[in-house]
Design a protein around this ligand. Structure first.
Ligand code: IFM
Length: 464
């Protein structure tokens, strides 16, 4: 009996010591929503209220780019790359209908619009600039300003010209100069009117999808290459920042990068292996960003798969603000089978949205806290929910905006919020069924209709 007890005590010890080291006492944060008054929110006077979109997802009229090409491909089993074999097509025809879409923004009461410019429309061929595309964005900026809406431009939002893709895109460090060159072509004519610039949208999301899972073009599954591309994208941000800052108007411009702080949490708090696994993945996905932009040290590693370290010394000095995108978290459930272990799962007990995400507003507060170590003003560049039936959008908006207001109250420097998205659009490999829009879009007629749940956003914006 004594021996059994001794063995049990010994086993408990070897489990508890490392578990305590991994912060066992800190379970994944959840709030008691019954105790929270959701009407008790307020925002600072100059808070920026906005909506967001991205060129390929809304514009239509695409030129030759990595996505247009991908949409025409099939995988090795002959299955289409996009859900249900859909293609982006004319999307919301925002290219032509933007004047009416600006009216929708006015109707919401927002004063900021984050959108991306299409590199492939501006430079359809290497070295050739289509000035009519630049004129288009210039006219759009004028229309926004005339409507009292501040433009915020993203330079790269998952999409680039096919000629850049064919050269290996961000796989090669020497290709970064193409991105710097493109950035200059749009920054110079517009920076007299556009103050906010986001260099790259969610590099880690792009890289995981394009080089790890293979769901985005170029559809590779190569962890070592993924780590290299992510490093090059962070480096590209720094180079664009430094180059744009040198131009006239550069000091006035506010330039940042956009990070999706999606947390990877353990499926079971008590399970040491879940904790170790989630911690390792979290370090790659979020930690590599934080390390780069706080200390200039990039590190991406996963035992047996990849281990890359690099110095990007100027990274901590390359941000006027940081753009934060937040949707949810996922859970990791350890399994000795690596493919099984690396599957992202929904956190149990939380309300599921139409995508593989749960409703987790507490994570928004956590994300703000986590990114605040950069010591830069934070602008929420995206937050929203895929909810075709519109039966959770209102609650989502109230709870997530409660989390932001609590963070501001607790001293975090959040300057603005952009809802993703103004209207339904093309959700990349998932096609058209993921409905993030405040406005529902009928893709046959291009009619936009404000959803009931979206009125919660309109109400909060107008009240603040
Ligand atoms: O639609 C995307 C967007 O392009 C990037 N951030 C997340 C959104 C919703 O999945």
């Amino acid at each position: 009996m004594k021996t059994t007890l001794r063995i049990l005590a010994f086993l408990a010890l070897i489990y508890l010591i490392p578990t305590a080291y991994l912060n066992y006492t800190e379970p994944v944060e959840h709030w008691d929503w019954d105790e929270i008054n959701l009407d008790d929110i307020s925002y600072p006077e100059n808070f920026i209220w906005g909506v967001a979109s991205a060129a390929h997802q809304v514009e239509g009229g695409h030129t030759s780019n990595n996505w247009a090409d991908w949409e025409n491909q099939v995988d090795k089993d002959g299955n289409p790359r996009i859900a249900r074999g859909e293609k982006c097509g004319v999307a919301c025809d925002h290219w032509n209908l933007y004047p009416q879409d600006i009216k929708l923004m006015k109707e919401l009461g927002v004063t900021s619009y984050r959108f991306s410019v299409s590199w492939s429309k501006i430079m359809p061929t290497e070295g050739v600039v289509d000035t009519s595309a630049i004129q288009h964005y210039s006219d759009m900026v004028d229309s926004l300003l005339a409507a009292g809406i501040e433009p915020m431009i993203t330079l790269h939002h998952f999409c680039h010209p096919m000629w850049f893709e064919e050269k290996g895109a961000f796989e090669k460090e020497e290709n970064i100069s193409d991105f710097v060159e493109f950035s200059k072509h749009i920054f110079l004519p517009l920076n007299d009117r556009v103050k906010y610039w986001c260099t790259l949208n969610e590099p880690a999301v792009f890289v995981i999808a394009a080089y790890f899972d293979g769901n985005f073009p170029p559809g590779k599954q190569d962890p070592k290459l993924a780590a290299e591309v992510l490093k090059n994208m962070y480096l590209a941000h720094v180079k664009v920042y430094e180059s744009l800052k040198r131009f006239e108007g550069g000091e006035r411009a506010q330039i940042g990068i956009v990070k999706n702080m999606h947390q990877i949490d353990p499926m079971n708090d008590w399970n040491l292996f879940d904790r170790l696994l989630s911690r390792t993945v979290n370090k790659g996905f979020n930690g590599s960003f934080i390390g780069t932009f706080t200390e200039g040290k990039y590190k991406f590693s996963f035992p047996t798969l990849v281990d890359l370290e690099a110095e990007i010394p100027n990274a901590p000095y390359s941000l006027d603000f940081v753009g934060l995108n937040y949707y949810s978290h996922n859970a990791m459930d350890f399994s000795p089978d690596l493919d099984e272990a690396l599957k992202t799962r929904m956190y149990p007990g939380e309300l599921e949205t139409d995508m593989d995400y749960t409703m987790y507003p507490e994570g928004f507060y956590r994300a703000i806290k986590e990114i605040s170590v950069l010591n830069k003003p934070i602008i929420i560049t995206e937050n929203g929910v895929a909810d075709m039936d519109d039966d959770m959008r209102g609650e989502f908006i109230k709870k997530y905006l409660y989390a932001v207001s609590k963070a501001i109250e607790d001293g975090y420097d959040v300057r603005g919020y952009h809802y993703w998205s103004l209207m339904d659009n093309f959700e990349w490999d998932l096609g058209y069924d993921e409905r993030f829009g405040l406005y529902e879009v009928d893709f046959e007629t291009q009619k936009r209709t404000l959803r009931e749940g979206s009125k919660e956003y309109q109400r909060i914006v107008k009240a603040n």
